[in-house]
Design a protein around this ligand. Structure first.
Ligand code: TXA
Ligand code: MG
Length: 331
């Protein structure tokens, strides 16, 4: 597809612009964000739907475009830890994680700093703020150009599969946002891991692209709430990441009228896609949402009854993969 061209599938003139991830495209994206517009952009986890976090009207636009419940707070994205420190008061345990893992696929939840100027809609009225410093060079360049915090949930309609390409973003939000910066597929592929401090300890609020094991190695202690199925950020509704097709988990093989999402090899005769033929969890995480998008489209075309999904080991990035699969399967 051509870069910097208007995406207007319905010819209605309510176009969303696809911007190249070069200096010119990023300058336009930064101008739009500073003017209070909504711009989707790549991070190493998933594409985010950005708005100026200090502009309440702009942030309200995120909730409207996504159809997102107002009680579900947003992550503020900044270009460096110093910028994060200006917005929230990070206790020492979180400072250590910031030092070890920022920039990267980690979001830290800490008390909001008085006078930070963050819109109440970002925190949904909570006394805490979720902060992330993404590592993706395009996200970094964009945040530096904007020069202030950018609120950004995943750039999908609320409750649907998160986007790992600009095409996914446009499929869900074209006509509802000003632009998307296209930088190809996201390397990590699942959303950031979310951690908050609790007393002396650390609590895992969402499993994600940074394995809990890695965090525990730096923290020198186990994360609270790291038991599968016990993770609770306000946005962690049971039904989420939902494809149109039904999902059947922990399947050894597909039934006659099912597609198959495999891990570490496909059963003979199965029709579908393999998350990682070699059983590599990082590769599987990077492929997860793209494969779900593709299998969903295949199911709609072929009339398949469901997508059967292979078991994925519950360790390392497998914890985040299984969390997303359970939510996608929930009806
Ligand atoms: O990888 C990611 O984190 C992506 C990219 C774009 O950065 N963003 C993302 O945002 O996944 P979203 O809005 O889809 O998920 C944010 C999660 C929600 O579950 C929300 O409830 C939680 O963060 N959250 C935000 N602020 C919070 C807070 N103050 N306390 C606890 N949880 C919070
Ligand atoms: Mg999301």
């Amino acid at each position: 597809m051509t870069k910097n061209s208007a995406y207007d599938p319905n010819g209605k003139g309510d176009a969303t612009i696809r911007l190249a991830a070069d200096a010119a495209g990023l300058a336009v994206a930064a101008d739009l964000l500073r003017a209070g517009q909504l711009v989707a952009f790549p991070t190493e986890t998933v594409y985010g739907l950005g708005a100026d976090a200090q502009n309440g009207e702009a942030v309200a636009g995120i909730y409207a475009a996504k159809g997102r419940p107002r009680f579900n707070p947003l992550i503020a994205h900044v270009d460096c830890a110093e910028a994060a420190d200006r917005l929230a008061v990070l206790p020492p345990a979180l400072e250590r994680l910031a030092e070890a893992f920022w920039p990267g696929p980690l979001t830290l939840v800490a008390p909001l700093r008085p006078g930070a100027g963050i819109s109440d809609l970002v925190t949904a009225g909570l006394p805490t703020l979720a902060l992330r410093v993404p590592a993706h060079p395009v996200a970094q360049a964009l945040l530096r150009a904007v020069g202030g915090p950018v609120a950004a949930p995943s750039a999908n309609p609320s409750g649907r599969i998160s986007p790992t390409t600009a095409d996914h973003v446009l499929a869900g939000l074209a006509g509802r946002i000003a632009a998307v910066v296209d930088s190809g597929p996201c390397a990590v592929g699942v959303e950031s891991t979310i951690v908050a401090s609790e007393g002396e300890g650390l609590r895992l609020l969402r499993a994600g692209g940074l394995a809990a094991e890695e965090i525990e190695a730096v923290a020198g202690a186990q994360l609270l709430g790291a038991e599968p199925g016990k993770i609770t950020a306000p946005g962690q509704l049971a039904s989420h990441y939902a494809p149109e097709a039904r999902l059947r988990l922990a399947a050894a093989r597909p039934d006659a009228d099912e597609l198959f999402l495999g891990f570490g090899g496909m059963p003979e005769g199965a029709e579908g896609l393999d998350l990682s033929p070699t059983g590599d969890l990082r590769e599987a995480a990077a492929a997860l949402f793209g494969h779900l998008h593709r299998l969903d489209a295949m199911a709609a075309k072929t009339g398949a009854r469901a997508i059967a999904v292979a078991s994925v080991p519950e360790r390392d990035l497998g914890v985040a993969i299984n969390d997303r699969l359970r939510r996608a399967a929930h009806r």
